[in-house]
Design a protein around this ligand. Structure first.
Ligand code: KG4
Ligand code: ZN
Length: 343
């Protein structure tokens, strides 16, 4: 089985060809960092326009590199949300046009499902169900992954996502854009105990995550003028790790029979966070699985792989499937308190 995957939900445009035997025949990705850098964050209109310009050439390049044509593909998987709606529409409409022109099935992929299933692309031994900490720029959730299209959300953030906290910290400290990798680099040169920062919700019986208070504390630490950006970055990262570990430990109690503790999403590219979670997995007698770094941040291989999983399960979509700015993986999850709750 050969699936073409398309991704365009944020600021990465990508196309990939992946087989059900986990071969990544090609992966083409174009980032937009330079276009957004002057604004210190992703500008949705600039992102959508850039996706329009590069997606079709990327598809052509991916097909050429894999030495196949569209007729060799079994189905086309495109991200249909959640994300910046203009960009999502570009990728989904492109996927629909290709599916219609080549008379191939379309699979509308939830971007979060792409992240959630990506560890099974890199690790053939990872079986359902598993506990997944999904930490990205827009989401921070603990999920029980039972199979394609079958998720139980145990916890979510009541305000900012973990990646958002990294991006805001980078902005406050003038470390540049994109924020996560910049904070990680600065943190390597700092002392994680130098700056006293809060650990929101740690110790609470409530299962959820919270990072907004941490961001405000970073602002105060910066304005105090006595700490280096490196020390603030290291202390901030340690606070995030402590929050993630404490909250995940609580949530794991509610998952029975998990085969592994898995971390995915852009923030999972952070080495210190990976090490902290590996320690928690060891304490919990669970195998720890984290995809390679390039598969943690947005890419099309994970979308193609989610396509493989859904197509294998007989899940395809019609050409009128909508683009969605919001699209929870577990629509039955209880609403968490908090103004900025992300599904
Ligand atoms: O999954 P992703 O690529 O896009 C979304 O779906 O949101 O995640 C992007 C997020 C950004 O907030 C970025 O700052 C963060 O992941 N990130 C990191 C690292 N690399 C990316 N955060 C911490 N450390 C990193 N090395
Ligand atoms: Zn993502």
């Amino acid at each position: 089985m050969l699936i073409l995957g398309l991704e365009s939900s944020c600021d990465e445009t990508a196309a990939a060809l992946v087989t059900d035997t986990r071969q990544i025949l090609s992966h083409k990705l174009a980032g937009q960092e330079a276009a957004h850098r002057p604004f210190g964050g992703v500008v949705p209109e600039i992102a959508a326009r850039a996706h329009v310009e590069v997606l079709t050439p990327l598809v052509e390049a991916a097909l050429a590199e894999a030495n196949v044509t569209l007729s060799d593909v079994d189905a086309i998987a495109a991200t249909a949300g959640p994300g910046l709606i203009g960009g999502v529409m570009v990728g989904l409409v492109t996927g629909k046009a290709l599916a219609f022109a080549a008379n191939k099935p379309l699979i509308a992929i939830n971007h979060l499902e792409g992240h959630a299933l990506s560890p099974r692309l890199s690790d053939p031994d990872l079986q359902f169900p598993y506990a997944l900490l999904l930490v990205s720029g827009g989401h921070c959730q603990l999920l029980e992954v039972r199979g394609p299209g079958d998720y139980r959300r145990l916890a979510t953030t009541i305000d900012d996502a973990a990646g958002e906290a990294f991006d805001k910290t980078a902005k406050l400290l003038g470390l540049g854009f994109p924020g996560g990798p910049a904070v990680e680099r600065a943190a390597l040169l700092g002392n994680p105990k130098a700056v006293p920062l809060p650990r929101p919700l740690v110790g609470s019986g409530e299962p959820h995550f919270s990072f907004a208070g941490l961001k405000s504390a970073v602002l105060r630490a910066r304005d105090a003028g006595i700490h280096s950006a490196e020390d603030i970055s290291a202390s901030f990262t340690q606070a995030v790790i402590d929050c993630l570990i404490d909250r995940t430990r609580i949530g794991l109690r509610k998952i029975h029979g998990a085969t592994a503790l898995v971390v995915a999403g852009g923030v999972a590219a952070n080495q210190a966070i990976r090490s902290g979670l590996a320690g928690l997995a060891a304490q919990s007698d669970l195998r720890f699985v984290a995809p390679p770094l390039w598969l943690c941040t947005d890419n099309a291989a994970m979308i193609a792989w989610a396509g493989v999983e859904r197509f294998s399960a007989g899940q395809t979509d019609t050409l009128d499937v909508p683009s969605r700015a919001r699209w929870p993986l577990d629509p039955t999850a209880e609403k968490a308190r908090g103004a900025g709750v992300k599904a």
